[in-house]
Design a protein around this ligand. Sequence first.
Ligand code: SAM
Ligand code: SF4
Length: 455
Amino acid sequence: MTYNLDIEELIGNATPPSEAELTAILTKAEACEGLSIEDAARLTLVKDQRDLELIFKAAYEVKQRLFGNRVVLFAPLYLSNHCTNGCLYCGFRSANKELPRKALTPEEVVNEALALEKVGLKRILLVTGEDDSFDTDYIVSCVEAIYKETAIRIVHVNAPPMDVEDLRRLKAAGIGVYQVFQETYKRERYKTVHPSGKKRDYDYRLSVMDRAMEAGIEDVGIGTLLGLYDWRFDVLSTICHSQYLKETYGTHAHTISIPRLRPTVNSALDKETTRRYSVSDSELKQITAIYRLVIPTAGIVATTREPVEMRSALLKVGASQLSAASSTEPGGYTGKESKTLAQFETTASQTLDEVIAQVINDKEMPSLCTTCYRTGRVGRDFGDTTSSGDMEKFCKANAILTLKEYTLDRELNGTAELYDRTIAKALKDIEDENLKAAIEEKLKKLEAGERDLYL
Ligand code: SAM
Ligand code: SF4
């Protein structure tokens, strides 16, 4: 990957927008066609609370216009915590000798996936450390076992960068999104926080999405670990990365994640630098909103690294996906909650049912949809459908259908009425009569016992 923009110079030359300039930028953003990197740089400099509120409002509106109020839910599934890298911030780093190591067998992975399936999840993200003993063969065998033995509908992967041939094998195994976070785009800082192991190679990591595209994986997920370096630099670099993908391959990053650094056992990050680069709640909201305004078609992914209130707040500023029922240790869904194998501490311990109810209470619509990946609405096609405004109707319909399926398939503990009311209201709010009729027909089929219905 190459891009020639000097981000420091960009930030140095940018000025905070005046009131009139901010209005002009936000008016442009509301057309849902994205913003330039220069506009993005100016938005990172906004500090006034009233101006921030305007940015948040605009980002929420863009999200609503392109995807409706649906919030996609998924869960991470940790395969292995073996790792030969030295990332100073991560509990899995090789120097952390206190961490018991565990790599699930494909059979154990299936059991974890079945536990997630049982609570109603359809979409999972496999996560793993970097170790040659648990390489692509291992990941592929886990992906294949999940598809063969469970009703999980789409498997995404967050795994170390690999060569084109290995990425082709992931693609052939049927993965949806391939995620790799650059952690920090600042080369010198990257070197400091990655002192050993294969991950030291900044360029190999940076170029992985080019290899993914070459391997035919059109949906890629990027991001930086917020808190490692100056967030303005890293957010603008992430945007550049996505814009580069769009220019080179015709598609923006499918998702942008917003992981914020969490405490971990035996972190080796120095405290002073960690304090200097820490990202406040308000800044995290600003980052989320900027991503939404600048790259409107991207899924913005918030995780259980954030507490419940923050997750709710992020949904109001442009986030569109949430992890739910989440453990960061291999075997965390079937074993006893040890926490000793975990990568970092999470803050949310809600069940999927509680997350769904929470999203509804936040006046958003939970969605267990996996349609796009399975109907070929990926890459450029996904981007074009979304920017044209057509995705919103698919998202609305499929959120209703998957919530209905969820209510039909499990014993609900006092939430059934809330879900029925939510489905009825969502249907009522649909103005397009043809769309409404199509959904109603599928709802009847679901009630009659059919499953996995979508538009
Ligand atoms: N090992 C692979 C890698 O590093 O690319 C993939 C999995 S790694 C477990 C997934 C992500 O977790 C990393 O890319 C990093 O951004 C994030 N992470 C690591 N330590 C973290 C921490 N202490 N707090 C929050 N996120 C963390
Ligand atoms: Fe290993 Fe990934 Fe953790 Fe680094 S972030 S130590 S590569 S699991």
